[in-house]
Design a protein around this ligand. Structure first.
Ligand code: ZN
Length: 212
């Protein structure tokens, strides 16, 4: 897809996520890989009102090539791209249910949400928890780099998810699957739950060639 097409698509997905309440105010950011750098939503921008011409275009060394100043969370995205050569896009949201799960004190830090549905396993797999860091702490980028080789998605403690995909569409669909599964997880609290078995997960990995 051309850069112009990716810019349009990024703004269209931003509006869709915002309009459905998946991230509020100026929270959340979306990025996409280009042949000569990457695009990121600007600082203090609402995902509901993005301008394709004003998206921040960045070089891999962090330089701003064109557009408005980038989101202060740029390093979350950069850390993931550097470890995942197949990642074409990344979405970070403060979506309510995923953020709620990120605040729970009894999570398994290696795998925050159990394998409740096959779609969650296929789109997210295992979701590690990134320990709390203050907003803008550059050490967060290093922690994400340490996990991103093995995980396409991570959950930032007391904050929200960072999810990558081969394309913008794939990253958006994956973060939506995560949000819906976080909602299920919270609805099921206190109930006896049947999660997918190891054999059922292995079957999915084989049938859909998953790299989990
Ligand atoms: Zn954030």
């Amino acid at each position: 897809m051309s850069e112009a097409g990716i810019r349009e698509q990024l703004c269209r997905f931003g509006r869709s996520l915002f309009d459905r309440g998946l991230t509020a105010g100026s929270s959340g950011n979306i990025s996409a890989r280009l042949e000569d750098g990457w695009l990121l939503t600007p600082t203090n921008s609402s995902l509901g009102a993005l301008d394709p011409a004003r998206l921040s275009k960045l070089a891999w060394d962090g330089r701003l090539l064109s557009g408005d100043a980038p989101s202060k969370e740029a390093f979350l995205h950069r850390g993931m791209y550097l470890e995942r050569s197949g990642a074409g896009a990344i979405v970070h949201l403060h979506s309510t249910h995923s953020a709620a799960v990120s605040c729970m004190s009894d999570l398994d830090p290696a795998d925050c949400i159990p394998p409740l549905t096959p779609y969650y396993v296929m789109k997210i797999g295992r979701l590690p928890l990134v320990p709390y860091h203050r907003p803008g702490d550059p050490r967060l980028g290093d922690v994400i780099r340490g996990l991103a080789g093995r995980h396409s998605a991570v959950l930032l403690a007391n904050h929200g998810p960072v999810v990558s995909g081969a394309s913008l569409e794939a990253a958006v669909y994956a973060v939506e699957e995560l949000e819906e599964t976080a909602k299920l997880f919270l609805l099921l609290r206190g109930h006896a739950v049947r999660v997918l078995t190891r054999e059922q997960i292995e079957e999915l990995k084989t049938a859909f060639k998953l790299d989990l």
